[in-house]
Design a protein around this ligand. Structure first.
Ligand SMILES: O=C(O)CCC(=O)C(=O)O
Ligand SMILES: [Fe+2]
Length: 401
């Protein structure tokens, strides 16, 4: 089931029939559900309480509902603890996991960064209470992007800023973002607001070094570039067929554990760098899919969200972290037709966008359709890191992706 990259056509058919064992809800499993290694950088004492200084009440409201009539019953049977992956998002009222109002300092409230801080404090709080949780809860997607934008080492003006081990001096450029909340504005998290504001699209320059790019390209050759595939028909065993498709003509190689690529030192370091920047564990990322486009090759308009994974063990793809491993003389841009954004390939550059909404990280963000435009001159190399709501590696081991 690894070769998919399109919205699953048969998404709805899954719920009760196909996916039994792999359902996030039906078969709670400790190995698969444990995401407790989240965001190691958070300070132990961050508990969501107000920092020192003047404080102000900030109310945070979300569209917080139980999505299933059976939620209260499940909650009463202890499912919120046994099955947090599913329950905390889809039975949020019964599990008491709706975002809560927090109090932060006035100074912080004036800064966009405050939003990021809120996300982090909430994350630590939740981790204490439960053994495992989704990578993002409502409100944390926007907080993550805010934090990334505000902490890019290459954008720092402090001359004494020290680049951490394994990191690079990358700069961040914002191409599209939702409007930040005003200082006195109520911070509302809702699908309505999400859809009234542009989604996040950002790029990183110098995210990986030229040597690292070359190394990944070589790993691709070792794993062998093959014709890229798309999601096809639903098969009797509940998985989906992979099919060659006229809308995607590149070749690609999967950097997996099986072919000894995922544990390569450089591949591992880049997975860890992405994890550090996003705050999402490396296990939530699929193996790098290393892409090669020759002149005339392309990937036509599509979305990376896979609907049938929504309630599966791995959860949906929430983010695409795309790496450009080469310069391209002409063509090969990643174009977002609904947003009027085209990103040019450049060696070491990365592109990050969400496939889901801030208000519910299981729901598809409809506006991040994109295409890889025809390469006209030169060869384009790139790599996808598709990040999931839950531990993808564990799900893959169970055959549950
Ligand atoms: O090659 C690109 O610029 C984007 C590729 C892409 O969208 C994909 O592989 O899903
Ligand atoms: Fe894509």
């Amino acid at each position: 089931t690894n070769g998919m990259d399109a919205e699953g056509g048969g998404g709805g058919g899954f719920g009760d029939s196909g996916g039994g064992e792999c359902d996030a809800m039906m078969n709670p499993d400790d190995t698969c559900g444990d995401a407790s290694s989240l965001d190691g950088g958070a300070p132990e004492d961050a508990d969501g309480s107000s920092p020192p200084g003047e404080t102000t009440g900030i109310l945070l409201r979300s569209e917080c509902v139980d999505k299933e009539p059976r939620c209260p019953g499940w909650a009463a049977e202890g499912e919120c603890d046994k099955n947090p992956d599913y329950m905390l998002l889809d039975c949020a009222v019964s599990c008491n996991s709706c975002p809560e109002p927090v109090v932060i300092s006035t100074e912080d409230a004036l800064m966009l960064e405050a939003v990021a801080r809120y996300g982090k404090a909430q994350r630590v709080e939740r981790r204490r209470r439960i053994p495992s949780r989704p990578a993002l809860l409502p409100g944390e997607l926007n907080a993550m992007f805010e934090r990334i934008v505000n902490t890019a080492p290459g954008n720092m003006t402090d001359p004494n800023y020290v680049i951490e081990d394994g990191m690079t001096n990358y700069t961040v450029t914002v191409h599209s973002r939702p409007r930040a909340f005003g200082p006195n504005e109520e911070r509302v998290i809702s699908a309505e607001r999400d859809l009234n504001e542009p989604p996040w699209v950002i790029t990183f320059d110098n995210f990986i070094t030229e040597e690292e790019c070359k190394h990944l390209i070589d790993l691709g050759y070792k794993s062998e570039y093959e014709r890229s595939e798309d999601v096809g028909e639903l098969l009797p065993d509940g998985s989906f067929e992979s099919v060659q498709n006229e809308s995607r003509t590149s070749t690609n190689a999967w950097c997996s554990e099986k072919n000894k690529c995922r544990n390569d030192e450089v591949a591992k370091m880049i997975h860890n760098r992405i994890a550090k920047v996003t705050g999402i564990p490396p296990e939530n990322s699929e193996d790098f899919q290393i892409l090669k486009y020759e002149p005339g090759q392309f990937y036509r308009q599509h979305h990376d969200y896979i609907a049938f994974q929504r309630d599966r063990r791995c959860g949906p793809r929430i983010l695409t972290f795309f790496l450009y491993l080469s310069d391209v003389e002409e063509g090969g841009a990643t174009n977002f037709p609904d947003l009027n954004i085209a990103v040019k390939p450049k060696v070491g550059r990365a592109l990050l966008w969400p496939s889901v909404l801030d208000s519910n990280p299981k729901d598809k963000e409809p506006r991040t359709d994109h295409e890889a435009q025809d390469v006209i001159k030169g060869v384009k190399f790139g790599a996808n890191s598709w990040m999931h709501l839950h531990d993808y590696i564990a799900a893959q081991e169970m055959g549950c992706t």
